[in-house]
Design a protein. Structure first.
Length: 416
């Protein structure tokens, strides 16, 4: 029992060390963090992890990575400063003294009435696992950040984070609007221009021609060694069948990319294809889809892919409209429920032949190639939102291995 009382005294002292400083410096009306601030901090920290992953993959060079991390770190400090409670102007010595005496007194009295000394020998409970962050929670946090930006329209870092969050959700129209606002506020940021061009290319079926090419050229005027801008510039030249310029752009990008990265491997493949076409040979891939591994396009394919066809059960045909949104996604059979890859189409496209691979990943750390077994699903949404709602039409496969034969997926049930 001596050990018990020593531990109890130690815990009491620890509790006082935690409580008393807070009472001495915090007003009763201290401001607490709002849900929006918590959501913003969560997204900011996720963006830091994403930047680190992109740097490790070679999508960002060291200078770009350092600059982006500095901006996000500043944003985290700003959010924490806004949410931090103000210091108390007057003293709270009386309250602190009362608490200092009350805590050990109540601890002793409470244990005398409610304590169970036999429980000291009980095996400690196993800590509950950390809750998963679901796609619905991610969407809610992004929407919270979007509302926050309406109140802070002149914050370029916030608009950049919102644009990247929309891009991760493959909501490219919203991502383009957010990038446009960020570029207006930071017109000399080459990385922002390249990121905006990348999203616009996704809206044009991965074509860099037109406005994306103009933004890429502007980015290269500001920073001739911007890795993403060089990769996209090579794609633009390739689309125009200017294979010599494509080789030049991609070769320079290859020199800047980490030697053993997936980004570098994709550039090697694209350079070889452009050289073959320049020499009058046969392309190793379709000319309309050069394999340049830009961050959002990431067209270098992995063998870990799921292919198949989605159809709608005839019994449910009367419940949909041609413009309703169709989401096709894959998630880990045993693991987080966040989609590993996702496509967005319309009911008018049904039946849809699809391929899901690492190029549609929502996060660099959550890819098809990292899971042995996945489940493929399809959902028709009238609202067009990624969050499932009652009345959506759904279909789901059994667990399967990526890289296997094509599957037939039927949308044949209703979301309860």
């Amino acid at each position: 029992m001596t050990v018990f009382w020593i531990l109890a005294a130690g815990l009491t002292v620890l509790a006082l060390c935690l409580l008393l400083p807070a009472l001495l410096r915090t007003r009763p009306d201290a401001v607490v963090r709002t849900d929006a601030s918590q959501a913003n901090l969560t997204i900011l920290r996720a963006q830091l992890a994403q930047l680190d992953a992109e740097h490790a993959a070679g999508s960002l060079d060291a200078d770009q990575h350092r600059s982006a991390r500095a901006e996000i770190a500043r944003r985290v400090l700003d959010e924490e400063a806004v949410a931090a409670p103000p210091r108390r102007a007057g003293a709270a010595r009386t309250t602190a003294l009362s608490v200092g005496l009350a805590v050990p007194l109540f601890a002793l009295v409470g244990y005398g009435f409610l304590g169970n000394r036999d429980a000291l020998s009980a095996r400690p409970a196993v800590a509950a696992p950390e809750a998963e962050v679901t796609p619905q929670q991610v969407t809610a946090m992004v929407e919270s950040l979007a509302k926050r930006m309406q109140q802070r329209p002149d914050d370029p870092v916030g608009w950049t984070l919102l644009a990247r969050a929309y891009g991760a959700l493959q909501r490219f129209p919203e991502a383009s609007q957010a990038y446009a606002r960020a570029v207006d506020l930071s017109p000399k940021d080459a990385q922002l221009l390249a990121d905006h061009a990348d999203v616009l290319a996704m809206l044009q079926n991965r074509s860099v021609s037109g406005e994306p090419a103009r933004l890429v050229a502007q980015a290269l005027q500001i920073d001739p060694k911007n890795l993403k801008a060089l990769a996209l510039a090579g794609s633009a030249a390739f689309e125009q069948k200017d294979f010599a310029l494509a080789i030049t752009r991609w070769t320079l990008a290859r020199q800047l990319a980490p030697a053993d990265s997936e980004f570098a491997a994709g550039l090697d493949s694209s350079i070889a294809e452009a050289r073959a076409l320049a020499a009058g040979g046969v392309a190793v891939a379709p000319a309309s889809a050069p394999s340049v591994p830009a961050t959002a396009t990431a067209s270098t394919k992995s063998s870990a892919a799921v292919t198949g066809r989605v159809t709608l059960a005839p019994a449910l045909a009367a419940r949909v409209a041609p413009t309703d949104t169709v989401f096709i996604f894959a998630r880990a059979a045993d693991g987080p429920r966040m989609p590993l890859a996702i496509l967005k189409r319309q009911v008018s496209d049904l039946p849809i032949t699809f391929t899901l691979d690492d190029s549609q990943a929502m996060s660099p750390e959550m890819k098809l190639s990292k899971f042995a077994s996945v489940v493929v699903g399809a959902r028709i949404s009238k609202s067009g939102q990624a969050t499932p709602t009652a009345g959506d039409l759904t279909g789901q496969s059994k667990p399967l291995a990526a890289g296997g034969p094509a599957i037939e997926l039927v949308i044949d049930s209703v979301q309860p």
